[in-house]
Every structure is written in C-alpha cells, then in structure tokens.
Design a protein around this ligand. Structure first.
Ligand code: FES
Length: 106
C-alpha cells in the first residue's frame, strides 16, 4: 500500500528489539532497525559494495556491514569508519496503529 510515498512494510511486532529486517519495495531495498523501541530505516545496500547491511550486525544504533566491516549510524546514515566514506540513505518512518510505514522517495 502506498499513500503519498508512505509504504506500509510490516507490523511493529515483526521486528525484535535490537533487530533488523530486510524488505524489497519496488526498486528499493530497505533495512528496518528497532533501537530502544524506535524504528529506523536505511537503504539496505552498503555504499561501499554489494552487501546487505541486514546480513551484518546491529549494535545499538550502529550497523556493521558483513563484507568489510564498514559501519553506519542507522539514525543518521552517517558513515562511521573506513572503508565506507559515503553515508547511507535514511528514510523517514512512522507508525500507524501497529503498522510500520516508510517514506520512500528517490
Ligand atoms: S561492502 Fe560494506 S564495507 Fe565493503
């Protein structure tokens, strides 16, 4: 379902605390993270190479890429260490009832 770019992706209860899940929505590969009960979303593809961040490790609000260990802050998308030097795109999220929606735009 899409409304003004907002896409319903899953239920809040689908994601464990401290966990992350991958989703494909049209051309978008989206990673959802739950950090201290809050949901955050980024592009799921690492900016350094072809790896999915959700195959890596989430520690608090930092995700580590499984391929070369690059790290990103999932709240801001900021690249935190080598070899990543390009931030990952973040998407706005909102909760409607128990539904998690993500605002996807180019
Ligand atoms: S592909 Fe992610 S750090 Fe290299």
């Amino acid at each position: 379902m899409s409304e003004n770019g907002w896409h319903a992706i899953c239920q809040n209860t689908d994601i464990d605390e401290g966990g992350m899940l991958p989703f494909e929505v049209g051309n978008f590969q989206v990673a959802l993270y739950k950090v201290n009960g809050e949901i955050f979303a980024t592009d799921n593809v690492c900016t350094h190479g072809m790896a999915l961040l959700t195959d890596g490790f989430l520690d608090d609000d930092v995700v580590e890429c499984p391929l070369h260990g690059g790290m990103f802050n999932v709240k801001t998308g900021k690249a935190l260490c080598e070899p990543v030097d390009c931030d990952v795109k973040v998407y706005k999220t909102r909760q409607v009832d128990d539904r998690i929606e993500v605002l996807l735009s180019e």
